[in-house]
Design a protein around this ligand. Structure first.
Ligand SMILES: NC(=O)c1ccc[n+]([C@@H]2O[C@H](COP(=O)([O-])OP(=O)(O)OC[C@H]3O[C@@H](n4cnc5c(N)ncnc54)[C@H](O)[C@@H]3O)[C@@H](O)[C@H]2O)c1
Length: 250
């Protein structure tokens, strides 16, 4: 099992859902995790639970869509835990709605939390990374990046943008010892998705997924940990589907 002993790993949007799951998982494998969320109470609660379990976490309240906030966050975490070994760009705001319903306010909020935050996360990581060791950037994309699912205009634009940016950065940062990969989780019930997908719809979805079930937070956390580990040391610019075969089967 891959270990991350003492590695400072900063995670955006780790106050709940998949970000909370990867924070617990990496901490249980020895990482010191930075739990950052725009909701400070949730990041405090997640970090407290990790520390209570005997692992190591620091909590931060930050709007990761703000460049200044992300840089301050990375600086604080580097001061608390040491120079960063990885950043996980997981923060997101999910809204599904028809194209005519998309307002400027919603689009700005989604682009800021979901796409601008990836740029700032990368920049802040580079400013505070451990230059003596290999580095890792892990971005959260989605199977929607490959499809044209109705009523997901803003979300799909963001996730497709992340897929493209991941490839660009793999080429740009690989020579500097930083691997950049993306993960595409498929159909995993979390607080965000449960606001849009009812339990019976999840049951229906499972019937169409080749592995005949929805994903779990742990499915995604384990795959993410693999991409961050030395076991994946020659994987750069990949988009790993963790979706039970949704993308493959169309
Ligand atoms: N759950 C799925 O099925 C699924 C599928 C594909 C991709 N994803 C991706 O996985 C990631 C996590 O998804 P989730 O379902 O856990 O979502 P979630 O909404 O449950 O969690 C997202 C977290 O990000 C935080 N956040 C929002 N805006 C922020 C900001 N500006 N700064 C800092 N934190 C902010 C929220 O407070 C929340 O805690 C997202 O990038 C999502 O697009 C999820």
């Amino acid at each position: 099992m891959a270990r991350f002993d003492g590695q400072p790993i900063l995670i955006s949007g780790a106050g709940r859902g998949l970000g909370e799951g990867i924070a617990h998982h990496l901490a249980s494998r020895g990482a010191t995790v930075g739990v950052a969320d725009i909701n400070g109470d949730s990041s405090e609660a997640v970090a407290a639970a990790i520390n209570a379990a005997g692992f190591k976490a620091f909590a931060y309240e930050a709007d990761c869509g703000s460049r200044a906030d992300f840089f301050e966050l990375a600086q604080l975490f580097a001061a608390d835990a040491g120079p960063l070994r990885a950043v996980i760009n997981n923060a997101s705001v999910l809204v599904y709605e028809p194209i005519e319903a998309v307002t400027e306010e919603t689009l700005d909020r989604m682009l800021s939390a979901g796409l601008k935050s990836v740029f700032w996360g990368v920049q802040a990581f580079l400013a505070h990374r451990d230059e003596t060791a290999s580095g890792n950037i892990l971005n959260y994309s989605s199977p929607v990046a490959y499809r044209g699912r109705p009523n997901t205009g803003a979300y799909t634009t963001i996730k497709a943008g992340i897929a493209g940016l991941t490839k660009v950065l793999a080429g740009e940062l690989g020579p500097r010892g930083v691997r950049v990969n993306a993960i595409a989780p498929g159909s995993v019930p979390t607080p965000a998705t449960q606001g849009f997908v009812r339990a019976e719809q999840y049951e229906q979805r499972a019937k169409n997924i080749p592995l005949r079930r929805n994903g779990t937070v742990m499915d995604v956390a384990q795959a993410a940990a693999f991409l961050l580990s030395d076991e994946a040391s020659f994987i750069n610019g990949a988009m790993l589907a963790v979706d039970g075969g949704i993308i493959a089967a169309g």
